[in-house]
Design a protein around this ligand. Structure first.
Ligand SMILES: [Zn+2]
Length: 322
């Protein structure tokens, strides 16, 4: 290790290529599930009765009775939830803690009960269409109602929403303020510009005009020194043009300190593209029918057959690898 200078980009790339070639030959487990009883999915830990779930962490506590749920811990009796812990009886919600009966909502912290179409509320009960409320009860569009008026108004709203086909669905992607290609969605589910526009989702063409580079010396990414040892602090005043996307990016002081401390070369790729490249290694939240590369038995696998990896069923994997 001492004679290999991974602080040089050219050396690091050489070893990265060798590693990927080694990894390509490795035997892969169809799914990575531990203590997952009667469950279908990948990266399942300490759970029971989970169907098409991915990333049940099992660190805080067990989960059970989940469908189409990703990245959660200690969750129960819920469906279509992405991210959270300690919740139960939730549906079509993302980022939720210790709550119950929260539907079609995002980032609900603390202990919430029976909230719908809410965003970033905490410790609220019986709220509808509210944003960033704390410790509130019987509110609609952040306006306080009496308990009796609340239920009358909720009935009216839901009847109208049912007529228009809106009730029961998560916030539509057509009203997202963020361009698809700048969001997590483009990392999890990459789509072409044509596909995004066809769905009437938010697409925004790249505009370089909005970025003021006049204060910086602008260089091509290829001009970033190959060896971290050759980098001086004046790199913090420079901007580089990503060799893959053509987007400008800078190196921050924090990054520079990090790369120096770990003796790693500076990147030549825009940060968002780096995230996308890393996610490309991870398999998506999907399962495929796959024939075990050893015994031929059909199984569900988290590996895309198109990648042609050597994937073993659980029995073959345990015999061969463990
Ligand atoms: Zn097998």
């Amino acid at each position: 290790m001492q004679i290999i200078n991974l602080g040089r980009r050219s050396v690091l790339e050489e070893y990265r290529t060798k590693f990927l070639s080694l990894a390509r030959q490795a035997i892969r487990r169809a799914t990575n599930n531990v203590k997952a009883v009667n469950s279908v999915g990948d990266l399942l830990h300490n759970c029971r009765n989970c169907f098409q779930c991915f990333g049940i962490l099992g660190g805080i506590g067990p989960s059970d009775n989940l469908r189409y749920v990703i990245s959660v811990d200690k969750a129960n009796d819920s469906m279509d939830v992405s991210g959270g812990n300690g919740f139960s009886l939730c549906y079509e919600t993302g980022g939720i803690t210790s709550s119950s009966k929260v539907y079609f909502s995002v980032r609900m912290r603390g202990n919430n009960l029976q909230c719908e179409y809410c965003y970033e509320c905490s410790d609220c009960e019986y709220c509808f269409g509210c944003f960033a409320l704390r410790n509130k009860k019987f509110c609609i569009f952040n306006k306080q109602y009496s308990e009796q008026d609340y239920w009358l108004m909720i009935d009216k709203i839901k009847v109208q929403m049912l007529k228009t086909g809106e009730y029961g669905e998560f916030f539509s992607l057509t009203i997202s303020p963020f361009p698809y290609q700048d969001s997590d969605a483009s990392i999890e589910f990459p789509l072409t510009k044509e596909e995004i526009i066809k769905n009437n989702w938010h697409w925004q063409d790249e505009t370089k005009d909005g970025i003021d580079l006049s204060k910086f010396d602008v260089f091509k990414a290829i001009d970033v020194p190959d060896d971290i040892a050759d980098v001086s602090d004046d790199i913090l005043n420079k901007a580089f043009i990503c060799e893959q996307t053509g987007k400008p990016f800078r190196i921050t002081k924090f990054e520079l300190d990090f790369y120096r401390a770990h003796k790693l070369p500076l990147p030549t790729i825009h940060p968002l593209q780096r995230i996308k490249d890393r996610f490309a290694f991870r398999h998506p939240y999907m399962l495929w029918q796959y024939a075990c590369s050893n015994c031929g038995r059909t199984m569900l696998s988290a590996w895309d057959p198109a990648r042609r990896y050597k994937v073993y069923c659980e029995d073959c994997y345990l015999k061969e690898v463990v």
